[in-house]
Design a protein around this ligand. Structure first.
Ligand SMILES: NC(=O)c1ccc[n+]([C@@H]2O[C@H](COP(=O)([O-])OP(=O)(O)OC[C@H]3O[C@@H](n4cnc5c(N)ncnc54)[C@H](OP(=O)(O)O)[C@@H]3O)[C@@H](O)[C@H]2O)c1
Length: 300
């Protein structure tokens, strides 16, 4: 298959690249497929023209994995139009192109499509109600995709993504923990972290699935994150424990740490559907946090 991966410099794009290029013969994705990784230099999702231009000049793809997104949650409150173009209108355009090319589209979305007010974990069928611009634009992207591609697309919602790459909570805490003696971290927002490598493996396992490749499957949404439910405060304590960082962590409330964008208090997602349909094994969050920190500390 010819597989296009957008967002090559982002956490997920880089993690897919890492998994593809460390195939061990059993899962040798690179040998069985042709992967084309593109960043904004080649395919700028903020420009309708750039998108058309790129696909007009390229051979057809069998699968498009859209890892690119406008992910600056706070900045999106000001840059609504740009966030909407990248997270919504570009996804609509990609869906039309995927339809024309009879390609499959794997699109990544977020737990921020929910308001986080439920006591239960959200299933894919639960009502959405985003409370910030980023969540609204991501939801608009999901809806546009679903309206255009009744078959052959999947949307994977994920949460609290971290990795060895780019800027993320784990890397920020490792840095701050080494610089400071004490740190305050929000303890009343609960979620499930996701190691980008685990999400990358899940996506590659899905597109490698014969059943998924052959049939005109109805477009579906799936939830994927690591197992376990924690606060940012719990997460920080474990990061410091694993990295042997001696820095005091004190819990604070969301009100004590105001941000331009509101965050859902408890956007937990039920992951049964992806496990059942594709036998995706989800790791407990501490297991993969440990691997990621080792990779960061050993500069792998
Ligand atoms: N990070 C999270 O905590 C989180 C949580 C839930 C869901 N998600 C979703 O998961 C997916 C992957 O996220 P991630 O963590 O890998 O995000 P990321 O590290 O911020 O990467 C996003 C990538 O999108 C690219 N991008 C932004 N604007 C673009 C444009 N106009 N044209 C082309 N590329 C553009 C960025 O390019 P540059 O490198 O050039 O800036 C970046 O490489 C996204 O759909 C995101 O919404 C993420």
């Amino acid at each position: 298959m010819r597989i296009l991966v957008t967002g090559k410099n982002g956490q997920l794009g880089k993690s897919i690249n890492k998994v593809v290029n460390t195939g061990n013969g059993k899962n040798n994705y690179q040998q069985d497929n042709e992967f084309i990784f593109v960043g904004r230099e080649e395919l700028d999702l903020s420009s309708e023209r750039s998108i058309s231009h790129y696909f007009d000049r390229s051979n057809k793809f069998d699968v498009i994995i859209n890892c690119a997104a406008y992910t600056a949650v706070d900045k999106a409150e000001e840059e609504c139009e740009l966030a909407n173009q990248v997270n919504h209108l570009a996804v609509k355009q990609l869906a039309n192109i995927a339809n024309e090319q009879k390609a499959k589209l794997v699109h990544v979305s977020t737990d921020y499509v929910f308001d986080g007010e439920s006591n239960k974990s959200y299933t894919e069928a639960d009502e959405t109600n985003p409370i910030n611009v980023y969540g609204k634009t991501k939801l608009a992207g999901e809806k546009a995709l679903q309206a255009i591609m009744l078959t052959n697309a999947i949307i994977i919602r994920t949460s609290w993504v971290y990795s060895e790459y780019g800027n993320n909570f784990v890397k920020t805490m490792l840095r701050l923990g080494k610089e400071r003696d004490e740190i305050n971290v929000v303890s009343d927002q609960i979620g499930s972290p996701t190691y980008a490598t685990d999400l990358a493996k899940a996506i590659l396992k899905i597109i490698d699935n014969r059943d998924y490749q052959d049939k005109d499957r109805a477009t579906e949404i799936y939830h994927h994150s690591n197992k376990g439910e924690i606060s940012w405060y719990d997460f920080t304590k474990e990061i410091f424990k694993l990295a042997k960082i001696d820095c005091k962590v004190s819990p604070i409330t969301t009100e004590q740490y105001p941000t331009p964008a509101k965050r859902p208090k408890r956007a937990l997602m039920d992951k049964e559907k992806i496990v059942e349909k594709f036998s995706i094994k989800t790791h407990y969050w501490k297991e993969t946090l440990c691997s990621c920190i080792n990779n960061i500390e050993n500069k792998i």
